[in-house]
Design a protein around this ligand. Structure first.
Ligand code: URA
Length: 221
């Protein structure tokens, strides 16, 4: 019998990955980091300049805001797992392309299979589209949950968007959304697992964040 893979196996594959064009321009692949027994997985968009240099997710200004939010809710960065929907930096921090999202999705699937988190926190449009489907707008679903393959997902703004907006209202919403995490997790710890029959988002839908979303809403919990 072959032994199950580890997060380190996946990290090695990401660092050597040539599945999409981004490997040609990246400095380092950024697999993600955190606890191998994390109950909560945070998933952002893709590495920026600092992440590309260091090979670690969310280490720049957006990462500092993420760390601050984690601290506020009494979580330590090393107790959660943090990754991105693309793991090599898009040049100039452009949006990830459809085929890049699809190519990198195998690592999301593998990390989820190892971690089996109780809660997925999507940060920004691209990871939201991955788990909430192609038709939603982040301004409408942030702070709300849906089920993906039996796992509860909650949508949050991207910390870089919060910083960029400089809007006190957006910052307030962001903080309020984050405050939901501890009680939600507590609830998920005590309730029986949800059936794994919920809508799965396929690679053809991974580009949804770029498309103009229509008015249809996902099934929010
Ligand atoms: N933005 C992201 O989406 N991910 C990172 O790792 C850093 C910035």
């Amino acid at each position: 019998m072959t032994s199950p893979e580890s997060l380190d196996d996946i990290a090695r594959d990401v660092q050597a990955c040539t599945r999409c064009r981004l490997h040609q321009t990246r400095t380092r692949g950024v697999p993600g980091e955190g606890s191998g027994t994390a109950e909560v997985l945070f998933i952002g968009e893709g590495p920026g300049f600092n992440e590309d240099q260091q090979g670690r997710p969310f280490v720049g200004a957006a990462g500092q805001l993420l760390n601050q939010m984690l601290d506020r809710i009494g979580f330590r960065r090393e107790d959660v797992f943090i990754t991105n929907v693309v793991r090599s930096r898009p040049p100039g921090n452009r949006d990830p392309m459809t085929d890049e999202l699809a190519a990198c999705d195998v690592y999301t699937v593998r990390q989820l299979a190892v971690l089996k988190p109780k809660l997925i926190v999507t940060l920004g449009r691209f990871s939201m589209a991955r788990f909430f489907g192609p038709t939603v707008r982040i301004t409408q679903v942030h702070g709300q949950t849906t089920l993906w393959n039996g796992i509860t997902c909650i949508a949050m703004f991207h910390p870089a968007a919060v910083l960029r907006s400089n809007s006190p209202a957006m910052r307030q919403s962001y903080e309020a959304d984050f405050q939901r995490i501890p009680s939600l997790l507590e609830q998920l710890r005590t309730q029986p697992p949800a059936p794994k029959t919920e809508r799965a988002v396929g690679p053809d839908q991974l580009d949804a964040a770029r498309a103009e979303p229509g008015p249809k809403q996902p099934r929010l919990l």
